[in-house]
Ligand binder design. Structure first.
Ligand code: CO
Length: 347
């Protein structure tokens, strides 16, 4: 198995709701500890890997968020069903019937987002998307006491329960590719530059999905000269999509953001990305729909400002139970980011 695929599989299977990123953090630590000059975790849970280079080179920060869209238990029904909210954007149309996994006080608890049997639904009920208020989780408990006995309580968090799989032909399926694909890119780039003369800080950030929160405090501590947010972004190349609305497609290479809701990519960062892509013959594409936001949105407004941008691995179906990406996109993103770090450090 390719090293990139092994790592994406491990990261994808890890549990990491916003605010509970510890399992993902441990994987990043295990991968990069021996390659970094310095490793540090801050009070919010961001993890920093420093590669100290020569004084004449700028400090380049790579950020990949460790959290994934998740569920938060907010109420326990008397008969043991759980009511919930989301942490990050999950739309109710992808929820009913999905298997989920919660991390309680006594370990992992499996369950499902239940629905009324279709046999008992009225005709119009079958056609409509149920709002989240009408959905519930079933973890196999018949009372509040039985729920607590499993270690689950109000405030417990959970994620979709989907295992990583290779689909053949280079296609990969798994949960949380947003942003474990970005985490994979960050780890691989850091490893390939560990003996370089450049100054690199790789940061696994927390709580991106609820508003770029970890990146804000992380950038304040790092004070980078340049920053790149590494992401898994949406690809819209599915049946019914219009070319100008699909934004990005699989096997089209890394997705470079020009502008989104939170950032306009700094001209020097954008020019450098395009230049290295062309010079090194690495395929790339642009994000064509300026929606969404990334850690770059928080980073670039830090202190006196940080020239920043975003590069992402295209992934279909992000923020749903599972996404699909292609290994070529993963590998080309790693190449583009590695060449970017070299180029921005020397120009
Ligand atoms: Co993301």
């Amino acid at each position: 198995m390719l090293e990139e695929i092994r790592l994406l599989a491990e990261l994808s299977n890890a549990f990491g709701p916003p605010g509970s990123e510890e399992d993902v953090r441990e994987i990043l630590k295990k991968e990069l500890e021996e390659h970094a000059d310095e490793v540090r975790v801050d009070k919010l849970g961001n993890i920093f890997f420093y590669h100290h280079g020569g004084d004449k080179y700028p400090k380049v920060m790579l950020a990949a968020h460790m959290d994934e869209v998740a569920f938060l238990i907010t109420f326990i029904e008397e008969n043991g069903f759980l009511r919930f909210h989301t942490l990050g954007g999950i739309t109710p149309n992808v929820m009913p019937g999905q298997t989920i996994i919660l991390k309680g006080e006594k370990g992992f608890v499996k369950g499902i987002i239940g629905t009324k049997p279709p046999h008992l639904m009225k005709e119009e009920e079958r056609k409509k998307v149920l709002p989240i208020e009408e959905l519930f989780m079933d973890i196999g408990a018949g009372s509040v006491e039985e729920v607590r006995e499993k270690g689950v309580d109000i405030g417990t968090t959970g994620v979709f329960d989907v295992k990583f799989a290779e689909l053949g032909g280079g296609y990969l399926r798994g949960k949380a590719f947003d942003d474990r694909a970005g985490c994979t890119v960050m780890v691989q780039v850091f490893k390939t530059l560990k003996d370089s003369p450049y100054n690199l800080v790789a940061v696994g950030t927390v709580q991106e999905e609820v508003g770029l929160r970890g990146a804000r405090t992380a950038a304040w501590q790092v004070e980078p000269d340049y920053a790149l947010a590494l992401e898994g972004t949406f690809a819209g190349d599915v049946p019914g999509a219009k070319p100008h609305r699909m934004s990005a497609r699989l096997k089209g290479g890394p997705v470079i953001t020009i502008a989104d809701r939170t950032t306009i990519t700094h001209p020097k960062v954008l020019r450098t990305l395009i230049k290295v892509g062309r010079e090194k013959s690495i395929p790339f594409q642009f994000k064509k729909v300026p929606s969404g936001g990334t850690d770059a949105g928080a980073i670039h407004l830090t202190k006196a400002g940080v020239p920043s941008g975003t590069v992402a691995v295209p992934c279909r179906y992000i923020h749903g139970p599972a996404a699909i990406t292609h290994v070529d996109d993963l590998r080309n993103t790693i190449s583009l980011v590695r060449e970017f770090v070299k180029a921005i450090s020397t120009t």
